[in-house]
Design a protein around this ligand. Structure first.
Ligand code: ARG
Length: 476
């Protein structure tokens, strides 16, 4: 068996060593990056005089053929192909006499770090594009929701009615932070390690900057030891994906609740739900459940990698080979989950009548009634007590809450209108309410509805969200 170290060893590797050690099974998906890295390396070797032009061209055309074979599936792997780097180099050597010079001044340590950075950059772009698609779906649902409202919850207890658009966009903004984090991680990983060698650079006149430029990296390593041992970028991307997964799980959990007969807020499209093998009436929200579940797996990949990295001495250690499977699986998992969830949400039917009915409890306006008193000069604590007293009297059977509010000297019929179904949600403006606590009568004009839940505030929010996604804004 031909190994990369056969000059030094007289015995063949054991089967169990190979079975544990080989990474070809999972790292062969990096072949486009491996070949791109080799191309850049070969061009650089020629530029600095370590290869003649004809040697360079011979290796480059061998690399073209290897790329074609790997792309169309005709590439024949050998038992000695420990990983994708070994496989590509072995085949290049079969195809080109000059192939034996390909590994000049290079180690698999800088090679694998280069490949994985290139792979991760492309993967992050793909994830970001898909997440933005989900954000657009949330935006479209928010835009078509109009003034539909539902109960807003804290402690999963009805709190205050909120616009459906406001609720949907809350998830959209969380995803926006995920996109930011992924983009920032991608910018930080945009450093070429090629030329670091095994760990200490090379005595050959290499030009790492040229390789970096050729591969489209924004920069080149400053420290060769760090270049081959740094896997921060994998950990960072795994964190960004894990938190994205947590956000998807929160969306998933709400969809599970909303699709239940108890809530009945949404009806699922048949193409994005499943049935039961036993109970003919069932329509199950499997996508939402899996979105909820996958977060566990993503968090596991992050903590697993951090545990692998912890305490590793400089520089490359074979432990680092354990970086790829969690990263690949995390990216695959997120891509699958985001696209299925996107399909599920874009085909949801929102039962806005059912939502409004759920939000119709007059008690839902209790906070708004207290704030109504605040706007008329009453300290909030006192207002809270006044409204709380009416809630208690109503619960104790003294009368309907709206009637009690209307009959109250302090509140009265004007205030009672706030307790009509849906009234409070259309009147709520956050961050408004004037500069001080000085008693005012009449209430100060509403202003700065930024971020609040009223239709006007949500309309502004939709515009900001459209701008974030690079969509047209302004009157439509
Ligand atoms: N398959 C290896 C990995 O994924 C490539 C680097 C091997 N380097 C070494 N010194 N054995 O990390």
């Amino acid at each position: 068996m031909a190994t990369l170290w056969q000059g030094r060893f007289s015995a063949d590797p054991s089967q169990s060593l190979q079975a544990l050690n080989d990474s070809l099974r999972f790292d062969q998906r990096m072949f486009p990056q491996d070949i791109a890295g080799s191309r850049a390396h070969v061009r650089m070797l020629c530029e600095v005089g370590l290869l003649t032009e004809s040697e360079r061209d011979e290796i480059l055309s061998a690399l073209d053929q290897v790329l074609a074979e790997l792309s169309d599936g005709s590439f024949e792997f050998a038992g000695s192909d420990e990983d994708i780097h070994t496989a590509v180099e072995r085949r290049v050597c079969e195809l080109a006499v000059a192939g034996a010079k390909l590994h000049t001044g290079r180690s698999r340590n800088d090679q694998v770090a280069t490949d994985l950075r290139l792979w991760t950059k492309a993967a992050v772009d793909e994830v970001v594009a898909l997440v933005q698609g989900l954000q657009r779906t949330l935006l479209e649902s928010a835009e078509s929701a109009g003034e539909a409202h539902l109960p807003g919850y804290t402690h999963l207890q009805q709190a205050q009615p909120v616009l459906l658009a406001h609720h949907l966009l809350a998830h959209g903004w969380a995803l926006a932070r995920d996109v930011d984090r992924l983009v920032a991680a991608s910018a930080r990983l945009d450093i070429s390690p090629l030329g670091a060698g095994a760990l200490a650079g090379s005595s050959l006149p290499l030009d790492p900057q040229m390789c970096a430029d050729e591969l489209g990296f924004a920069g080149v390593f400053d420290n060769s030891l760090d270049a081959v041992s740094d896997r921060d970028f994998v950990a960072e991307v795994l964190f960004a994906l894990a938190l994205l997964g947590v956000h998807l799980s929160r969306i998933g959990e709400e969809l599970v609740l909303w699709a239940s007969s108890e809530f009945g807020f949404v009806a699922l499209d048949e193409a994005f739900s499943t049935g039961s093998s036993m109970m003919p009436q069932k329509q199950n929200p499997d996508i939402a459940e899996l979105a909820r579940a996958k977060a566990g797996r993503l968090i596991g990949h992050l903590t697993g990698l951090l545990a692998t990295l912890k305490g590793l001495p400089l520089t490359y250690n074979k432990d680092l080979q354990e970086d790829k499977e969690p990263l690949f699986d995390a990216v695959d998992t997120v891509l699958l989950t985001v696209s299925a969830l996107n399909g599920m949400i874009s085909t949801l039917e929102f039962n806005t009548d059912r939502m409004a009915e759920s939000a119709a409890s007059p008690y839902a306006a209790a906070t708004d009634l207290a704030e109504w008193l605040v706007l008329r000069g009453m300290p909030f604590r006192q207002a809270h007590e006044v409204v709380g007293g009416l809630v208690r009297r109503s619960i104790e059977g003294e009368g309907g809450f709206v009637e009690l509010v209307a009959a109250s000297d302090i509140l009265g019929p004007d205030a009672a209108r706030l307790a009509e179904p849906g009234a409070s949600v259309t009147r709520r403006n956050t961050h408004g309410g004037g500069p001080g606590s000085r008693p005012r009568r009449p209430p100060p004009p509403r202003r700065n509805p930024h971020g609040g839940g009223s239709p006007a505030a949500v309309a502004l929010q939709i515009q900001r969200f459209r701008a974030l996604l690079g969509l047209s804004t302004g009157p439509r």
